[in-house]
Design a protein around this ligand. Structure first.
Ligand SMILES: [Ca+2]
Ligand SMILES: [Ca+2]
Ligand SMILES: [Ca+2]
Length: 391
């Protein structure tokens, strides 16, 4: 079984973390305690009896707060800040901070096997987390301790154990930092890709300065317009809103939302007219979102009757971009399978596959005609209705 980030998302826990930050806010203040010696922490919680405050209920002792610990914690927030929309600000005291981090050598509420704890605190004034992590070696910060820190910080920003079971033998810290099982290469001490997906799902991708970054090439993504004029990009975590974003940075290029995304959708006047057909042809032939200028050129060529739609298809099919996408020497079988996955985004059904294969094998239709057939199939027109916001 492949790990899925959704296993880390539990609604109640996420809601607590979001309540701590506050409605429509995206700043989480943190405090790194460096007190050496013994101190007492209070517990604050809510129940159906109201709010309870247990003063000095947790006794903690710290023996070795090193600068290395503090630097590691600061860097973790610094690194995470750039990835998710939640922003982190360090405070020099714990009065009002939302995440207080204590390095300890002893805590009265730890059992024998406890190495860390993310404690939910709540008063009528608000919610916050106290994080305790056990420092297991006196003079350096080992990978196990780093793992504990990231794990407990993970809890405090909304992550749960995978399916609420951190010991599940199917996963290790390589799959998720929220596992208790050691990874193949030792204790991991950064969030896994799935952890990051989960965090992006909770807090959103960093979008400050009107910029969002993505870790694949532009052509790998699909874009959507909704019927209320909102725009989104489809990623691993679903549709992400890009309506008010200025630029999207991909591995291969930077895209301007107004010019390159809205500028394409604005040209589409209907799903079934030539503008909708041309939009679909870009995806069918090239497997990508159209570029605004190219789309405009071909729509104009068709509207002025300089080109028919069929001629346009032929031009697309002999282009280098088409050949590099499909290859010019592939078998009819592979060609048809590629059309299914590129255009309809699914595997071929048996009857459909046989039909198209015999059309090609018997020479009833050319590859170009089959491409047109896929692009203008009822199924693909239906798909494009959702993409174009005509629903
Ligand atoms: Ca941020
Ligand atoms: Ca932000
Ligand atoms: Ca923001």
């Amino acid at each position: 079984m492949v790990f899925n980030y959704e296993l880390l998302l539990k609604k109640d826990h996420i809601n607590f973390a979001k309540d701590a930050v506050g409605d429509n806010k995206e700043t989480l203040t943190f405090f790194i305690d460096n007190y050496i010696g013994t101190q007492y922490l209070d517990r604050y919680y809510a129940s159906n009896l109201g709010y309870t405050h247990n003063k000095n209920i947790i006794k903690i002792t710290s023996f070795d707060n090193t600068l290395e610990d503090e630097i590691f914690i600061r860097e973790l927030f610094h690194k995470l800040d750039k990835i998710i929309d939640l922003d982190f600000i360090e405070m020099s005291h714990n009065n009002g901070s939302l995440l207080d981090i204590y390095s300890i050598s002893y805590s009265s509420n730890f059992t024998e096997n406890t190495v860390g704890m993310s404690i939910k605190q709540e008063t009528s004034m608000g919610k916050w987390f106290d994080v305790l992590w056990l420092s297991t070696s006196e003079n350096n910060l080992n990978s196990f301790d780093k793992n504990t820190i990231i794990h407990e910080v993970g809890h405090s920003i909304g992550l749960s154990h995978p399916n609420d079971d951190a010991s599940d033998q199917r996963w290790t810290t390589e799959d998720t930092i929220m596992s208790y099982n050691k990874g193949e290469n030792g204790w991991d001490y950064w969030f896994s890709d799935d952890d990051i997906y989960a965090l992006k799902k909770i807090w959103g991708r960093e979008n400050d300065e009107g910029v969002m970054s993505f870790n694949k090439n532009f052509d790998e993504y699909k874009f959507y317009k909704s019927n209320d004029e909102h725009y989104s990009i489809k990623t691993k975590i679903g549709k992400e809103n890009i309506t008010d974003i200025k630029n999207l940075i991909f591995v291969d290029k930077t895209i301007n939302v107004e010019k390159d995304i809205e500028g394409v959708f604005d040209q589409i006047t209907g799903v079934e007219d030539i503008t909708g057909k041309m939009f679909r042809l870009y995806n069918a032939a090239f497997g990508r979102f159209p570029d605004a200028e190219g789309l405009k050129y071909w729509i104009t060529m068709n509207q002025t009757k300089e080109n028919t739609y069929r001629q346009t298809c032929s031009s697309f099919i002999i282009s280098n971009e088409f050949i590099s996408k499909y290859g010019d020497l592939v078998s009819n079988q592979l060609y048809i399978n590629t059309l299914y996955s590129n255009i309809l985004e699914r595997e071929a059904d048996k009857d459909g596959f046989q039909y198209w294969l015999s059309q090609l094998d018997l020479g009833v239709e050319s590859r170009g005609e089959v491409l047109m057939g896929f692009s203008e199939s009822i199924e693909n027109i239906g798909l494009s209705r959702e993409v174009l916001g005509f629903i």
